[in-house]
Design a protein around this ligand. Sequence first.
Ligand code: GLN
Length: 306
Amino acid sequence: MDMKDVLDGVWSDVSAHLGEGKVADYIPALAKVDPSKFGMAVMTVDGELFTMGDAEEPFSIQSVSKVFTLTLALGRVGEAIWKRVGREPSGTPFNSIVQLEHEHGIPRNPFINAGAIVVADTLLSGHEPRETLGEILSFMRHIAGDDSLTIDREVARSEQQTGFRNAALANYMFSFSNIHNPVEKTLGVYFHQCALALNCVQLATAGLFLANRGRLVSGHTVVSSERARRINALMLTCGHYDASGDFAFRVGLPGKSGVGGGILAIAPGKAAMAVWSPGLNANGNSATGTRALESFARRTGWSIFG
Ligand code: GLN
Protein backbone atom coordinates (compact mmCIF):
# COMPACT_ATOMS: atom_id res chain seq x y z
CA MET A 1 0.00 0.00 0.00
CA ASP A 2 1.33 3.40 -0.95
CA MET A 3 0.48 5.72 1.92
CA LYS A 4 0.99 8.78 -0.23
CA ASP A 5 -1.74 7.54 -2.62
CA VAL A 6 -3.99 6.87 0.36
CA LEU A 7 -3.55 10.42 1.65
CA ASP A 8 -4.10 11.87 -1.84
CA GLY A 9 -7.35 9.91 -1.93
CA VAL A 10 -8.37 11.20 1.49
CA TRP A 11 -7.68 14.73 0.29
CA SER A 12 -9.91 14.26 -2.74
CA ASP A 13 -12.68 13.08 -0.40
CA VAL A 14 -12.40 15.96 2.07
CA SER A 15 -11.33 18.97 0.02
CA ALA A 16 -14.91 19.92 -0.86
CA HIS A 17 -15.83 19.78 2.84
CA LEU A 18 -13.21 22.07 4.41
CA GLY A 19 -14.78 24.59 6.78
CA GLU A 20 -17.84 22.45 7.48
CA GLY A 21 -19.20 22.39 11.02
CA LYS A 22 -18.98 25.05 13.68
CA VAL A 23 -15.93 26.00 15.74
CA ALA A 24 -16.25 25.68 19.53
CA ASP A 25 -17.22 29.23 20.41
CA TYR A 26 -18.16 28.49 24.04
CA ILE A 27 -14.42 28.81 24.70
CA PRO A 28 -13.78 32.35 23.36
CA ALA A 29 -10.11 31.71 22.50
CA LEU A 30 -11.11 28.76 20.29
CA ALA A 31 -13.72 30.79 18.41
CA LYS A 32 -10.88 32.68 16.68
CA VAL A 33 -9.47 29.61 14.91
CA ASP A 34 -9.77 29.51 11.09
CA PRO A 35 -12.40 26.82 10.33
CA SER A 36 -10.90 25.99 6.92
CA LYS A 37 -7.70 24.53 8.43
CA PHE A 38 -7.06 20.84 7.83
CA GLY A 39 -4.10 18.67 8.74
CA MET A 40 -3.37 14.99 9.05
CA ALA A 41 -0.38 12.92 10.15
CA VAL A 42 0.17 9.17 10.14
CA MET A 43 2.96 7.70 12.26
CA THR A 44 3.55 4.00 11.66
CA VAL A 45 4.93 1.52 14.20
CA ASP A 46 8.06 1.39 12.01
CA GLY A 47 8.57 5.09 12.59
CA GLU A 48 7.52 6.24 9.13
CA LEU A 49 5.74 9.58 9.06
CA PHE A 50 3.27 10.81 6.43
CA THR A 51 1.62 14.22 6.54
CA MET A 52 -0.89 16.32 4.69
CA GLY A 53 -2.12 19.94 4.86
CA ASP A 54 -1.64 21.92 8.07
CA ALA A 55 -0.05 18.98 9.89
CA GLU A 56 2.61 21.17 11.49
CA GLU A 57 0.38 23.89 12.85
CA PRO A 58 -0.32 23.57 16.60
CA PHE A 59 -3.92 23.43 17.79
CA SER A 60 -5.65 23.05 21.14
CA ILE A 61 -5.97 19.30 21.73
CA GLN A 62 -8.72 19.78 24.36
CA SER A 63 -10.31 16.42 25.21
CA VAL A 64 -7.74 14.38 23.33
CA SER A 65 -5.60 15.15 26.41
CA LYS A 66 -7.91 12.87 28.42
CA VAL A 67 -6.23 9.81 26.90
CA PHE A 68 -2.84 10.94 28.18
CA THR A 69 -3.97 11.98 31.67
CA LEU A 70 -5.77 8.63 32.03
CA THR A 71 -2.51 6.90 31.07
CA LEU A 72 -0.67 8.87 33.76
CA ALA A 73 -3.37 8.25 36.37
CA LEU A 74 -3.34 4.49 35.69
CA GLY A 75 0.42 4.63 36.24
CA ARG A 76 -0.07 6.56 39.49
CA VAL A 77 -2.98 4.74 41.15
CA GLY A 78 -3.49 1.67 38.95
CA GLU A 79 -6.81 -0.15 39.03
CA ALA A 80 -7.95 1.91 42.03
CA ILE A 81 -9.03 4.58 39.52
CA TRP A 82 -12.07 2.42 38.66
CA LYS A 83 -13.52 3.02 42.14
CA ARG A 84 -13.92 6.68 41.22
CA VAL A 85 -14.81 6.53 37.53
CA GLY A 86 -16.64 3.95 35.41
CA ARG A 87 -15.82 2.49 32.03
CA GLU A 88 -19.14 2.44 30.23
CA PRO A 89 -20.22 4.68 27.36
CA SER A 90 -22.47 7.47 28.63
CA GLY A 91 -24.70 8.09 25.63
CA THR A 92 -24.79 11.72 26.75
CA PRO A 93 -22.91 14.86 25.62
CA PHE A 94 -19.36 15.47 26.86
CA ASN A 95 -20.40 18.08 29.43
CA SER A 96 -23.59 16.40 30.70
CA ILE A 97 -24.45 16.34 34.40
CA VAL A 98 -27.64 14.23 34.32
CA GLN A 99 -26.18 10.81 35.18
CA LEU A 100 -24.11 12.07 38.09
CA GLU A 101 -27.01 12.32 40.53
CA HIS A 102 -28.28 8.78 39.89
CA GLU A 103 -24.78 7.38 39.95
CA HIS A 104 -23.69 9.11 43.17
CA GLY A 105 -21.03 11.35 41.71
CA ILE A 106 -19.19 8.53 39.88
CA PRO A 107 -18.81 9.57 36.21
CA ARG A 108 -19.55 6.95 33.56
CA ASN A 109 -16.08 7.00 31.99
CA PRO A 110 -12.78 8.93 32.00
CA PHE A 111 -13.41 10.65 28.65
CA ILE A 112 -16.51 12.70 29.44
CA ASN A 113 -15.68 15.95 31.22
CA ALA A 114 -16.79 14.73 34.66
CA GLY A 115 -14.59 11.64 34.36
CA ALA A 116 -11.58 13.60 33.16
CA ILE A 117 -11.97 16.06 36.05
CA VAL A 118 -11.78 13.09 38.47
CA VAL A 119 -8.68 11.84 36.64
CA ALA A 120 -7.11 15.31 36.96
CA ASP A 121 -7.95 15.24 40.67
CA THR A 122 -6.11 11.93 41.15
CA LEU A 123 -3.04 13.42 39.46
CA LEU A 124 -3.23 16.51 41.68
CA SER A 125 -3.39 14.69 45.03
CA GLY A 126 -0.15 15.18 46.96
CA HIS A 127 1.01 17.96 44.62
CA GLU A 128 0.49 21.59 43.76
CA PRO A 129 -1.23 22.28 40.39
CA ARG A 130 2.05 23.61 38.99
CA GLU A 131 3.81 20.31 39.75
CA THR A 132 1.00 18.21 38.25
CA LEU A 133 1.01 20.33 35.09
CA GLY A 134 4.78 19.97 34.94
CA GLU A 135 4.37 16.19 35.11
CA ILE A 136 1.74 16.20 32.35
CA LEU A 137 3.85 18.47 30.16
CA SER A 138 7.02 16.42 30.55
CA PHE A 139 5.11 13.21 29.80
CA MET A 140 3.70 14.76 26.63
CA ARG A 141 7.14 16.03 25.58
CA HIS A 142 8.62 12.59 26.21
CA ILE A 143 6.04 10.61 24.20
CA ALA A 144 5.84 13.21 21.42
CA GLY A 145 9.66 13.29 21.31
CA ASP A 146 9.52 17.09 21.22
CA ASP A 147 10.61 19.39 24.04
CA SER A 148 9.12 22.46 22.39
CA LEU A 149 5.56 21.39 23.15
CA THR A 150 3.63 23.79 25.43
CA ILE A 151 0.35 24.70 27.06
CA ASP A 152 -1.51 27.67 25.52
CA ARG A 153 -2.11 29.87 28.57
CA GLU A 154 -4.56 32.11 26.71
CA VAL A 155 -6.83 29.14 25.92
CA ALA A 156 -6.58 27.92 29.53
CA ARG A 157 -7.47 31.36 30.88
CA SER A 158 -10.31 31.73 28.41
CA GLU A 159 -11.82 28.44 29.54
CA GLN A 160 -11.24 29.24 33.21
CA GLN A 161 -13.34 32.40 32.79
CA THR A 162 -16.22 30.64 31.04
CA GLY A 163 -16.10 27.07 32.41
CA PHE A 164 -19.31 27.25 34.43
CA ARG A 165 -20.49 23.79 33.47
CA ASN A 166 -17.20 22.18 34.36
CA ALA A 167 -17.29 24.07 37.67
CA ALA A 168 -20.79 22.69 38.25
CA LEU A 169 -19.61 19.13 37.52
CA ALA A 170 -16.61 19.46 39.83
CA ASN A 171 -18.60 21.00 42.69
CA TYR A 172 -21.29 18.37 42.33
CA MET A 173 -18.77 15.53 42.47
CA PHE A 174 -17.05 17.23 45.43
CA SER A 175 -20.36 16.96 47.30
CA PHE A 176 -20.19 13.18 46.78
CA SER A 177 -16.57 13.18 48.02
CA ASN A 178 -15.34 12.17 44.57
CA ILE A 179 -13.16 15.27 44.22
CA HIS A 180 -10.47 15.28 46.91
CA ASN A 181 -8.69 18.57 46.27
CA PRO A 182 -10.01 22.17 46.28
CA VAL A 183 -12.30 22.45 43.25
CA GLU A 184 -10.48 25.50 41.80
CA LYS A 185 -7.16 23.67 41.86
CA THR A 186 -8.56 20.53 40.20
CA LEU A 187 -10.26 22.62 37.54
CA GLY A 188 -7.05 24.59 37.03
CA VAL A 189 -5.23 21.35 36.17
CA TYR A 190 -8.09 20.22 33.91
CA PHE A 191 -8.32 23.49 31.96
CA HIS A 192 -4.56 23.60 31.43
CA GLN A 193 -4.30 19.97 30.24
CA CYS A 194 -7.07 20.75 27.72
CA ALA A 195 -5.04 23.75 26.53
CA LEU A 196 -2.04 21.63 25.50
CA ALA A 197 -1.08 22.79 22.00
CA LEU A 198 0.19 20.08 19.64
CA ASN A 199 0.34 19.75 15.89
CA CYS A 200 -0.78 16.60 14.06
CA VAL A 201 2.77 15.24 13.81
CA GLN A 202 3.33 15.61 17.56
CA LEU A 203 -0.09 14.13 18.37
CA ALA A 204 0.33 11.09 16.11
CA THR A 205 3.79 10.52 17.60
CA ALA A 206 2.48 10.89 21.15
CA GLY A 207 -0.32 8.38 20.46
CA LEU A 208 1.88 5.80 18.82
CA PHE A 209 2.42 3.76 22.00
CA LEU A 210 -1.26 2.81 21.84
CA ALA A 211 -0.76 1.30 18.38
CA ASN A 212 2.57 -0.26 19.33
CA ARG A 213 1.71 -2.47 22.35
CA GLY A 214 2.63 0.27 24.80
CA ARG A 215 5.98 1.22 23.25
CA LEU A 216 7.37 4.35 21.62
CA VAL A 217 9.06 4.12 18.21
CA SER A 218 12.37 4.04 20.11
CA GLY A 219 11.23 0.81 21.80
CA HIS A 220 10.95 2.56 25.17
CA THR A 221 7.97 1.19 27.14
CA VAL A 222 5.26 3.65 28.22
CA VAL A 223 2.66 1.13 29.42
CA SER A 224 2.18 -2.66 29.23
CA SER A 225 0.56 -4.04 26.08
CA GLU A 226 -2.45 -5.03 28.18
CA ARG A 227 -2.89 -1.44 29.39
CA ALA A 228 -2.56 -0.07 25.85
CA ARG A 229 -5.25 -2.52 24.72
CA ARG A 230 -7.58 -1.38 27.49
CA ILE A 231 -7.08 2.31 26.77
CA ASN A 232 -7.91 1.55 23.13
CA ALA A 233 -11.09 -0.24 24.24
CA LEU A 234 -12.15 2.85 26.18
CA MET A 235 -11.37 5.10 23.22
CA LEU A 236 -13.54 2.94 20.98
CA THR A 237 -16.49 2.80 23.36
CA CYS A 238 -16.31 6.28 24.93
CA GLY A 239 -13.90 8.46 22.90
CA HIS A 240 -16.60 10.32 20.95
CA TYR A 241 -19.24 10.68 23.70
CA ASP A 242 -22.76 10.10 22.38
CA ALA A 243 -21.33 9.59 18.88
CA SER A 244 -18.93 6.79 19.87
CA GLY A 245 -21.13 4.20 18.18
CA ASP A 246 -21.27 6.29 15.03
CA PHE A 247 -17.47 6.69 14.97
CA ALA A 248 -17.01 2.91 15.42
CA PHE A 249 -19.51 2.34 12.61
CA ARG A 250 -17.94 4.82 10.19
CA VAL A 251 -14.23 4.49 11.03
CA GLY A 252 -13.88 1.22 12.97
CA LEU A 253 -10.85 2.31 15.00
CA PRO A 254 -10.38 3.54 18.58
CA GLY A 255 -10.43 7.34 18.55
CA LYS A 256 -10.51 10.34 20.85
CA SER A 257 -11.80 13.73 19.79
CA GLY A 258 -11.51 17.23 21.23
CA VAL A 259 -13.47 20.44 20.70
CA GLY A 260 -10.35 22.04 19.19
CA GLY A 261 -11.18 19.85 16.17
CA GLY A 262 -8.49 17.25 16.69
CA ILE A 263 -8.94 13.47 16.63
CA LEU A 264 -6.38 10.82 17.55
CA ALA A 265 -7.16 7.42 16.00
CA ILE A 266 -5.33 4.15 16.60
CA ALA A 267 -4.84 1.26 14.20
CA PRO A 268 -3.38 -1.36 16.58
CA GLY A 269 -0.16 -2.93 15.29
CA LYS A 270 -0.06 -0.46 12.40
CA ALA A 271 -0.09 3.28 13.11
CA ALA A 272 -1.45 6.28 15.01
CA MET A 273 -3.27 8.97 13.04
CA ALA A 274 -3.95 12.56 14.05
CA VAL A 275 -6.33 14.81 12.13
CA TRP A 276 -7.27 18.42 12.75
CA SER A 277 -10.18 20.36 11.29
CA PRO A 278 -11.80 22.88 13.67
CA GLY A 279 -15.44 22.73 12.49
CA LEU A 280 -17.46 20.50 14.82
CA ASN A 281 -20.61 18.46 14.27
CA ALA A 282 -23.58 18.53 16.65
CA ASN A 283 -21.84 16.08 19.03
CA GLY A 284 -18.78 18.32 19.35
CA ASN A 285 -16.53 16.12 17.19
CA SER A 286 -14.60 17.35 14.15
CA ALA A 287 -16.91 17.05 11.13
CA THR A 288 -14.28 16.94 8.38
CA GLY A 289 -11.79 15.15 10.64
CA THR A 290 -14.23 12.28 11.05
CA ARG A 291 -14.85 12.27 7.30
CA ALA A 292 -11.09 12.09 6.68
CA LEU A 293 -10.66 9.14 9.03
CA GLU A 294 -13.62 7.37 7.47
CA SER A 295 -12.02 7.75 4.04
CA PHE A 296 -8.60 6.74 5.40
CA ALA A 297 -9.97 3.57 7.05
CA ARG A 298 -11.81 2.58 3.87
CA ARG A 299 -8.76 3.16 1.66
CA THR A 300 -6.31 1.32 3.95
CA GLY A 301 -8.78 -1.39 4.95
CA TRP A 302 -7.63 -0.79 8.53
CA SER A 303 -10.40 -1.64 10.97
CA ILE A 304 -10.42 -3.53 14.22
CA PHE A 305 -13.55 -5.29 12.97
CA GLY A 306 -11.82 -7.22 10.19
N1 GLN B 1 -12.03 21.83 27.65
C1 GLN B 1 -13.25 21.35 27.04
C2 GLN B 1 -14.39 21.41 28.03
O1 GLN B 1 -14.19 21.06 29.15
C3 GLN B 1 -13.04 19.96 26.55
C4 GLN B 1 -14.26 19.38 25.89
C5 GLN B 1 -13.95 18.58 24.68
O2 GLN B 1 -12.93 18.71 24.05
N2 GLN B 1 -14.91 17.78 24.28
O3 GLN B 1 -15.48 21.79 27.72
